[in-house]
Design a protein around this ligand. Structure first.
Ligand code: ADP
Length: 346
């Protein structure tokens, strides 16, 4: 069991994090899905343990809520080591990072969430730390300046990011294992819902659980949240058992529609369709109209809408697809299909 130590920052917020921690698998065997990542990790961890070395540095990228933090905790647990977690924006000065690095013990895991937001001045210190387990820093200035070389204990850096494209090439290439954590399929989400009702000791009907998995927007964190919301609902409104009727009513109250879209997803699409005639429109304009942060829309809202084909991202801006028009009850748009030709992944 790792001695979990949270230094600062985590995307979930304090209460969310404690709930998430309690629902997180702790070993590779308990983990669901993740494609071939778990097998790769199993081999790397076993090999590293046999050599009494730290595991290779790991970069995990993908939308929020799909399992990046969980994997970091599982790696630390399987290595029998301590995990220390921080985030890119929390490391404002080189000394913040150096303080953490010099406190790492042999084979510890350092998890940096939102690693694409590391300030460049801090990032520079990460390179030699990752490669040679050392940091060189300059104290004083002018003729009194001198370089201090610090040897670090061998450790594993696990970086998580929602925007792999924003990572500088020198940083990206220093990770030995890079994995894209994608949206979960229905059977994986069903397995997650089953795990969650088991952990929370909730009675359920099989078809109710399938409905929850179906509405979870491909995201295990949302599956967990929906199970908790439905548990509250049935506890207060009926006998506490998740039945299909109860789940349907609870999801309607949460504003989750038949495709799993929530209120923000629908407001986003409706804005593009209604105000910008379906697009193309720049993401900043949509964000300003909605009064939301551009980053929230890019990281949280867009990936799933792109995945289910409701949104297209082109050089000229965002386009709502015919599927989005239909889903929100708008008449199909008449427009030039060449608009969709210049897809870009900006
Ligand atoms: P991220 O760091 O990508 O935002 P998390 O690691 O916090 O996502 O995952 C969100 C939740 O999904 C976790 O609290 C956990 O309950 C569940 N989860 C993630 N990965 C797995 C997995 N491989 N197996 C089972 N549950 C998982």
């Amino acid at each position: 069991m790792p001695r979990d130590k949270i230094i600062s920052g985590d995307s979930g917020g304090v209460e969310d994090e404690s709930y998430n921690m309690s629902l997180r698998p702790r070993t590779l065997d308990e983990c669901i899905g993740m494609g071939d990542l778990l097998e790769k990790l199993r081999i790397s961890i076993t090999a590293a343990c046999q050599r009494d070395e730290p595991m290779e540095h790991v970069l995990l990228h993908g939308p929020p809520g799909l399992g990046k933090t969980t994997v970091a905790y599982v790696i630390a647990n399987e290595m029998g080591s301590t995990i220390k977690t921080t985030s890119g924006p929390a490391l404002t000065r080189p000394s913040d990072l150096i303080g953490i690095l010099t406190n790492l013990e042999h084979r510890d895991v350092l998890f940096i969430d939102e690693i694409h937001r590391l300030p460049p001045a801090v990032e520079e210190y990460i390179y030699p730390a990752m490669e040679d387990y050392k940091v060189d820093f300059i104290v004083d200035s002018g003729m009194h300046s001198r370089t201090i070389n610090l040897q670090l204990k061998p450790f594993t850096l696990i970086g998580a990011t929602t925007r792999a494209g924003l990572l500088s090439p020198p940083l990206r290439t220093r990770f030995g294992i890079t994995h894209n954590v994608g949206f979960w399929d229905e059977s994986e989400l069903l397995a997650r819902c089953r795990m969650t009702v088991g952990m929370l000791k909730v009675d359920f009907d099989e078809d109710a659980l399938k409905l929850l998995a179906d509405r979870a927007r491909g995201t295990p964190r949302i599956a967990n949240r929906l199970v908790r919301r439905c548990r509250d609902f049935t506890q207060v409104r009926s006998d506490g058992r998740l039945t299909i009727d109860a789940v349907e009513n609870a999801l309607a109250l949460e504003g989750i529609d038949p495709l799993g879209l929530d209120e923000l997803d629908r407001r986003f699409l409706r804005t593009i369709i209604d105000i910008y005639k379906g697009g193309p429109v720049g993401i900043e304009a949509v964000a300003a109209t909605l009064g939301e942060e551009t980053d929230t829309l890019v990281d949280v809202v867009e990936p799933y809408l792109l995945q289910v084909g409701m949104l297209a991202r082109t050089r000229r801006g965002r386009l709502a697809t015919g599927k989005a028009f239909e889903h929100l009850g708008f008449a199909a748009p008449r427009r030039d299909e060449s608009l969709f030709d210049d897809n870009s992944a900006d």
